[in-house]
Design a protein around this ligand. Structure first.
Ligand code: DAH
Length: 338
C-alpha cells in the first residue's frame, strides 16, 4: 500500500500537470473519493495501536487538506486561463475594413423615368396609372383603332380573349382619364406595355412607355410644340433642337413624330445618330375629335394634345447603352454603372 507521503506527492504532481476541469475532478475522485487512495489508507486506522490513531488521523487530514487546496488552486488557475483564451479568441479588430453591404441600385429605366416625371411634375402634370391587362375597348376602340385595323394584328398583340389584351401601349390611360370627366387634364401615365415581338437589340415583348395628355379649352398645336421642346431641352440639354415630322396615329389629328438634335454631335451627324444629326424620340398629336366624343368630352369646346414616349429609348440614349437586352438581364455589373 502506498504511503501517505507517496499519495501526497503523486497527487500534487498529477494536479500540476492536469489539463482541464475534468482531469482535476478525476484526481479528486481517485484520491479523496470514497474508493480513493486516501480513504483506503484511513481504513488502516483500525489495525493501529490506539495511541497512534489520532496522530495518523491528523496526518491524513493534513494531506487531504493540502491536496484539496492544490485542487482548488489549480481549478482557479484553469478558469483564469480559459477566460484569458476566450477573451483572446473573441477580440474584435476594430482596424479591420468593414464588410461592404450590398445595396440595391436604381435601374437606368427608373432613373430615366424619375427624370421625366420631375420635368412634367414641374410643369404641373399629374402622374397616373392604368391597368396592364386592358380591355380591347380602351386599348384600341376608344383610340379610333377599329376592328380591322392592322395595329390589332395578332402578331403583335397578346390576347387574353376576344375582349381583353395585354395593353400594347399606354394610350388607353388617356381614354380612361378622359372618361372620368374631370377637366382640365394634364397628366402623364408611365407603365409597362406588351407586344408579341422577338427579342433583339431594339425589341422586347415587354417594355415601357410614358403617355402624356393635356385637355382644356384653347389648347393648340403651339402648346404641344412648346411643351415638348421644353421637355427635350430639360432632358437632353439646353442646346437641344427639336423637329416635328408629319406622321399618322389613329387617335390624334394632326399627328407628328418629334426628333431631337443629336446630343453627341450637336447635329453634325455621328455614329450615335447614324449620321442623321437627329434622333427620333416620340409620337404626338392633337387629340382626335372622335376620341373626345367616344370618351364623353365635347370636341367643340375642348381641344388637347397627347404624346407617347418609349422609356427604354430614353434610357438607352441618355446612358448611351447600345443593346436593350442589357436593361432586362439584371447583371449588377451593368446596372451599377448608372
Ligand atoms: N401609342 C403610340 C405607340 O405606341 C405612341 C403615341 C403616339 C402616343 C402619339 C400618343 C400620341 O399619345 O399622341 O406607338
Amino acid at each position: 500500500m502506498a504511503s501517505l507521503e507517496e499519495i501526497r506527492e503523486e497527487a500534487l504532481s498529477r494536479i500540476r500537470s492536469a489539463e482541464g476541469l475534468d482531469a482535476l475532478n478525476d484526481i479528486r475522485v481517485e484520491v479523496l473519493g470514497k474508493k480513493g487512495a486516501l480513504t483506503a489508507l484511513m481504513k488502516n486506522l483500525k489495525d493501529m495501536a490506539p495511541e497512534e490513531r489520532p496522530k495518523f488521523g491528523q496526518m491524513v487530514n493534513e494531506v487531504r487538506q493540502t491536496i484539496e487546496n492544490a485542487l482548488e488552486a489549480a481549478k482557479k488557475a484553469g478558469a483564469a486561463k480559459a477566460q484569458e483564451l476566450r477573451l483572446k479568441a473573441e477580440v474584435i479588430d476594430v482596424t479591420l475594413p468593414a464588410k461592404l453591404q450590398k445595396m440595391g441600385h436604381r435601374h437606368p429605366n427608373t432613373l430615366a423615368l424619375e427624370e421625366l416625371e420631375r420635368i412634367f411634375i414641374g410643369m404641373g402634370y399629374e402622374v397616373v396609372e392604368g391597368p396592364e391587362i386592358e380591355y380591347d375597348l380602351y386599348n384600341f376602340e376608344k383610340l379610333n383603332i377599329p376592328a380591322n385595323h392592322p395595329a390589332k394584328d395578332e402578331q403583335d398583340t397578346f390576347y387574353i380573349n376576344k375582349e381583353i389584351v395585354l395593353r400594347t401601349q399606354t394610350s388607353p390611360v388617356q381614354a380612361r382619364i378622359m372618361e372620368q370627366g374631370k377637366l382640365p387634364i394634364r397628366m402623364i401615365a408611365p407603365g409597362r406595355v406588351f407586344r408579341s415581338d422577338e427579342v433583339d437589340a431594339t425589341h422586347s415583348p415587354s417594355f415601357h412607355q410614358i403617355e402624356g395628355l393635356v385637355v382644356d379649352e384653347h389648347i393648340t398645336f403651339s402648346d404641344l410644340k412648346g411643351t415638348l421642346e421644353l421637355f427635350a431641352k430639360e432632358l437632353f440639354g439646353a442646346d437641344t433642337k427639336v423637329k416635328f415630322r408629319p406622321h399618322h396615329f389613329p387617335f390624334t389629328e394632326p399627328s407628328a413624330e418629334m426628333d431631337v438634335s443629336c446630343f453627341k454631335c450637336g447635329g453634325k451627324g455621328c455614329r450615335f445618330c447614324k449620321g442623321e444629326g437627329w434622333i427620333e424620340i416620340l409620337g404626338c398629336g392633337m387629340v382626335h375629335p372622335h376620341v373626345f366624343e367616344m370618351c364623353g368630352i365635347d370636341p367643340d369646346r375642348y381641344t388637347g394634345f397627347a404624346f407617347g414616349v418609349g422609356l427604354e429609348r430614353i434610357s438607352l440614349l441618355k446612358y448611351e447603352i447600345d443593346d436593350m437586352r442589357l436593361l432586362y438581364e439584371n447583371d449588377d455589373r451593368f446596372l451599377k454603372q448608372f
